[in-house]
Write a protein that binds this ligand. Structure first.
Ligand code: WQD
Length: 339
């Protein structure tokens, strides 16, 4: 019998790519989403790409009764919890909404899992828990801090899972600290589709390339980095999806919990991303240097050694592939999923 995995936030960017990777790896998948930050169109694309009808339940992870009904209807062996609000700036304006959704949703999922004797849990964490690192590359033993409510919800989420495991060793949890997920499935049929003005670099660059935005604002070129612009560890979303498959296999095959970085170990600057994207789309991309964005750090990239040792996983795609796949998605879907 195939292991059955529940994905919350299942029609979101990283979850939808993970859904495909899990099906391909021989897992059964049950997807749950309330479409608060994603489109039902994703389900049609997943059916087209996988050749099977997605098993999906529309539900809000903050609705305990709805989650209970999902566990009544489906066999679940493990959960990957993606459902969360993720905009750093928005979180400083709406802290209550972020704590209610990100922490309340996590607590609900854990409670219903516990009631059904399901104790394998993969958590979407983030490199944001490292704050402004004192050195680079970043290992999992670095000090943790949060400078915004979004980052706090990730820190608190990791603490909740650690305490669950300490109270009951049946809980096996994998915290995956994502660095900067970018790119899209090679088919161009699913990809990142932020609502409103993109907060993150690559979706914004993609919208400049496709003509939806006139130019990119480069947030500062006076950082202590090789070209003065911010350096980040961009990781292809399909490499990230593979990291989730490896984490689930580990949880299903060996006892114990873990926290690992999912990054490439390579940092690229804003200007390097712009140059790579220009190569991918075949045109120069208008940009203007403006003052730094409050809260940004100069540089952040992972030491991915532990994930390689524990999960047998490492990222395979470089920046040019990330940009090529992002551009294929954006050029084939200029308005995203809402055609
Ligand atoms: C990358 C670089 C910007 C936009 C955040 C969250 C993190 C995770 C990923 C959720 C920086 C520069 C950006 C723009 C720019 N989110 N930039 N112009 O800030 O590293 O991480 O998103 O999990 O938790 O903190 O990513 O893509 O916003 O910025 O110059 O229009 O691009 O200054 O150097 P970030 P980002």
């Amino acid at each position: 019998m195939k292991p059955a995995v529940l994905l919350t936030g299942a029609t979101g960017y990283i979850a939808s790519h993970t859904w495909l990777a899990l099906l391909k790896a021989g897992f059964d998948v049950v997807g749950v989403d309330d479409f608060s930050n994603s489109s039902p169109e994703v389900l049609k694309r997943l059916e087209e790409l996988s050749g099977t009808r997605p098993v999906f339940e529309r539900a809000d992870v903050c609705d305990a009764a709805a989650l209970e009904a999902v566990f009544q209807r489906h066999r679940i062996d493990a959960t990957v919890h993606f459902a969360a609000f993720k905009a750093v700036g928005e979180s400083t304006q709406k802290p209550l909404a972020y704590y209610a959704n990100n922490i309340g949703g996590l607590l609900n999922v854990c409670r219903v899992m516990q009631q059904h004797g399901v104790h394998r849990f993969v958590f979407s964490s983030s490199a944001t828990v490292y704050g402004d690192p004192a050195s680079l590359p970043i290992t999992e033993s670095f000090p943790l801090s949060a400078t915004n409510p979004y980052g706090q919800t990730k820190l608190i989420g990791e603490t909740i899972l650690r305490d669950l495991g300490a109270a009951n060793p049946a809980w096996q949890t994998g915290c995956l600290r994502y660095f900067n997920p970018v790119g899209a499935h090679e088919s161009g049929r699913i990809g990142e589709d932020p609502r409103g003005i993109p907060n993150n670099l690559m979706p914004y660059v993609a919208q400049v390339a496709v003509g939806r935005r006139p130019f990119l604002q480069v947030f500062g070129n006076d950082y202590p980095t090789p070209d003065g612009t911010g350096v980040r560890d961009y990781i292809h979303v399909d490499d990230l999806a593979a990291g989730h498959v490896a984490a689930l296999r580990r949880l299903l095959q060996a006892p114990g919990s873990f926290t690992v970085n999912l990054g490439t170990g390579r940092g690229y600057s804003v200007l390097e991303v712009l140059q790579a994207y220009a190569r991918a789309c075949g045109r120069d991309l208008a940009h203007e240097v403006v003052p730094r964005r409050p809260g940004d750090v100069a540089a952040c990239y992972a030491d991915p050694t532990l994930a390689r040792e524990l999960l047998g996983w490492e990222a395979r795609h470089g920046l040019d592939r990330m940009c090529a796949d992002s551009w294929r998605w954006q050029s084939m879907n200029p308005q995203g999923f809402e055609a």
